[in-house]
Design a protein around this ligand. Structure first.
Ligand code: G4P
Length: 527
């Protein structure tokens, strides 16, 4: 098959949601449709991720399991689907943000009872930064939830995106009867606790078909007719280009646990979602159909088994064909590397990859060569961009508890920061280490792993920092002036970029007023 056809048949996406909205359940149902798993339950193991447990080993066990479900590939209707898994637990949200740099689109799951939640908003912000196309799946329609019109309005307002329903629910909760597919005017009737997968769509001849009333009764039929009329008068027809550019989210309704609305979602997804897209680098845009292989590392998973120290670096293929046992250029290290056992993971299976194409993700065994964001090519010197760090939310100073293990601590904390476990900011003089995370659990992870893998002991000291802003200036002299004036609040990130560590929003405002030549950035990459 030509490279072009390999690209055209691929869809690489992530499923995101606030914990508990049904991401795991939906993932599992999609895998069932794809025949990738035989029974429900295979993906569930990852689910405990979201429990607000502080039992560290429990989390690590789950993280171990989640390697297997990091990327789930399967074929459906001649399409190769790659689902990139994202951790459910909010303390590992950074992992999710990074995974979103490796997808071409997302499916966002919203709970119809709870509507748009905290984490949904944050994840959407990340999607918007990259104009990632989003499909919304409103889940749990078998429960008494919010009115679907109100939900659409809430999604538009809270997530700052236009919506267009492509299916419409008939009744809700106890009276939920099914969904009407607005585009192909078919009806799907709901039967709770469906264990099997069946094509249950009923063709009807438009909303005036008498069959409708026979199936739904008069009240629900009238309500459906009114709803559809309203949608079709107020909403524009679905515009795929607007969806592809990230401005319009098609919306589906269903109940993942009951396997309802999932097939329509999947089939529409295959039709409208983008195939692997071009990606920006520091020198030029790479198109997927270029013959030469390029890819970047977006996730690194440590192997917690002390007997097998190697890690797995997940590489998203951006162009050309990746081949096993072929030398590729690691641009940051300016080093040639080849991979004898590139791996793909699927539920509880893993298999050796001989070749892989744009949109695919391969797991590369790594003994410490990779950092998040590293680029592999066939020799061209370039670096993929668009894999920024975001300002962490919690900051602590890391202190060494065992002076005899200083070296181990240095090595360990740098490696953990390369893996993306947390962000490390160094303040000089003094080599003060400020750790920034999005959740408390990350501190536990660091402490545990430093001890377990590097033999180093540490503790954390509270610091008066609430925000990190990357800074740039109109001239190097201006930057120098600013960093001198604010020396105590300046630190350097893992790429040695200067960061302003602010104790409050007021702090930033004040500094910005005092130094208009300085720009403060939310993330480590800016235009
Ligand atoms: P997450 O990955 O987004 O965190 O959510 P997950 O799929 O684990 O689902 C969260 C809970 O919501 C689970 O219940 C799941 O069974 C339930 N759920 C998912 N889809 C639907 C749906 O369409 N309707 C209803 N009524 N519930 C749904 P749980 O009690 O936490 O777990 P379990 O004991 O059912 O496994």
């Amino acid at each position: 098959m030509s490279l072009q056809s390999e690209i055209a048949k691929r869809r690489t996406f992530g499923i995101i949601s606030h914990p508990d909205a049904g991401k795991t359940t939906l993932t599992e149902k999609l895998l069932l449709f794809g025949g990738a798993i035989q029974k429900a339950g295979a993906v569930k193991s990852n689910k405990a991720d979201k429990a607000a447990t502080s039992d560290f080993m429990e989390i690590e066990k789950q993280r171990g399991i989640s390697v297997a479900t990091s990327v789930m590939g399967f074929e459906y209707l001649n399409t190769k689907i790659n689902i990139l898994d994202t951790p459910g637990h909010k303390d590992f949200a950074e992992d999710t943000y990074r995974t979103l740099t490796a997808v071409d689109s997302v499916i966002l799951v919203v709970d119809c009872v709870k509507g748009v939640e905290e984490q949904t908003k944050k994840l959407m912000q990340v999607c918007r930064m990259r104009h990632t196309p989003v499909i919304v799946f409103v889940n749990k329609m078998d429960r008494e939830g919010k009115d679907p019109f109100d939900l659409l309005e809430e999604i538009e307002k809270e997530l700052n995106i236009s919506t267009r329903a492509l299916s419409w629910p008939i009744g809700i909760g106890g009276s939920f009867k099914g969904v009407y597919q607005l585009n192909n005017k078919a009806l799907n009737l709901f039967s709770a606790s469906k264990k099997h997968i069946a094509d249950d769509s009923i063709a009807i001849n438009g909303l005036d078909d008498p069959k409708l009333e026979e199936l739904l009764g008069q009240r629900l039929t009238n309500k459906l007719k009114d709803d559809v009329e309203l949608i079709e008068t107020v909403a524009e027809p679905f515009d795929r280009d607007l969806y592809l550019s990230g401005y319009l989210a098609p919306v589906f309704f269903g109940s993942a646990i009951n396997n309802f609305g999932v097939q329509e979602l999947l089939e529409t997804f295959i039709k409208i979602a983008p195939s692997p897209q071009g990606r920006e680098t520091d020198t030029r845009k790479i198109e997927p159909n270029e013959n030469k292989f390029t890819g970047f590392i977006f996730k690194i998973h440590a192997n917690l088994d002390p007997n097998h120290r190697d890690r797995i670096a997940f590489c998203r293929i951006c162009s050309g064909t990746f081949q096993r046992n072929t030398f590729y250029q690691h641009n940051r290290l300016n080093k040639k590397l080849k991979f004898a056992s590139p791996t793909s993971f699927m539920a509880d299976n893993k298999s050796l990859v001989e070749e892989a194409f744009p949109g695919d993700v391969v797991g590369l065994y790594d003994s410490g060569n990779f950092k998040i964001g590293d680029t592999l090519t066939e020799g061209e010197s370039l670096q993929f961009i668009g894999i920024p760090s975001f300002s962490p939310e919690i900051f602590r100073e890391l202190e060494n508890s065992d002076p005899f293990k200083t070296k181990q601590l240095e090595k360990g904390i740098h490696q953990l920061s390369d893996e993306g476990v947390a962000q490390l900011f160094i303040q000089n003089p003094g080599n003060r280490k400020i750790i920034g995370t999005v959740g408390e659990l990350q501190f536990e992870v660091i402490q545990f792993r430093l001890k377990n893998e590097y033999g180093a002991s540490c503790h954390f000291r509270p610091v008066n920092i609430s925000k990190a802003k990357w800074i740039s200036a109109t001239t190097p002299q201006e930057l120098e002036k600013f960093t001198r004036r604010y020396a105590q609040k300046i630190a350097f990130d893992k790429e040695n970029k200067p960061v302003f560590l602010a104790s409050s929003a007021w702090d930033i405002e004040y500094a910005a007023k005092e130094y208009p030549a300085i720009t403060f950035h939310e993330t480590s990459e800016w235009e």
